[in-house]
Design a protein around this ligand. Sequence first.
Ligand code: TA6
Length: 288
Amino acid sequence: MPVSQHSDKTILTHPASGAGAEVYLFGATLTSWKVKGEERIFLSEKAVLDGSKAIRGGIPLVFPVFGKGKAPHVTASLPQHGFARISRWKLVNSHEDSNSVVAEFGLDHSMISEEHRAMWPFDFSLVYTVKLSAETIETQLRVHNIGNQAFDFNTLLHTYFLIPDATKVRVIGLSGVDYTDKVLQTTARQEGDAVIRGEVDSVYANLAATNIEIQFGDNRAAGGVQLHKNGLKDIVVWNPWAEKAAGMADFGNEEFHRMICVEAGQVAEFLALAAGDSWQGSQILSLL
Ligand code: TA6
């Protein structure tokens, strides 16, 4: 079965290649992408998968706010990164064509908790599409304002990549871009490739580039993943490193060595969406 539904997750299998993906209905969180027989997505061995908290790893969906909202903005009382990643979505459609297997997940204002609805009282509908092909996976989010009042939002595909060694990984495509360094609390201009030598939490705003490479070593021969972004202007690079990871109950010991978050989204500014309007953004992941 190209798309099979289990109690809490949807499993996609690409018949011709054996590529696979898994998406928990909780948060529509993609927790696995296997291609050419190897897992490419990091999922903490201590990730909580029972719906009691956001899943540590995979591709959590950030909506309608990145980080913690700040008063007087309407998102100020929402949980960190909003409610989308901690709400139960529905599998609304699945199909396959000659090259890919597709699953679509939906979340709207009638499905979120009363608490979250009170915090963010807008009529919305989200459709998250996962398209698995032999060697790529595309994830697209569509935001529909189905109410009669405008709202504004952040969104981010908070992708955790599984990597061999965080001290060797290089993020290519950010050189010359100004970024906010949330660790040093400063702004700077990226010189050369972004690397990890400790905690990294950087927001690169308004990138013209659409292709970012996560290289596992000094060159493409070391392997890696390409992230191609559409309609998502910003990139966030994050690794908590030892001290921050140790402070997270759902982050295993030393796991920070095997992951890097490179996240495409709209986080530097809020996007306004008029009543009746829609927005979409997507990323395509492929092997280097
Ligand atoms: O995307 C980077 C970031 O905003 C970091 O600041 C860190 O908070 C990370 O997200 C994880 O957030 P979480 O709420 O999942 O622990």
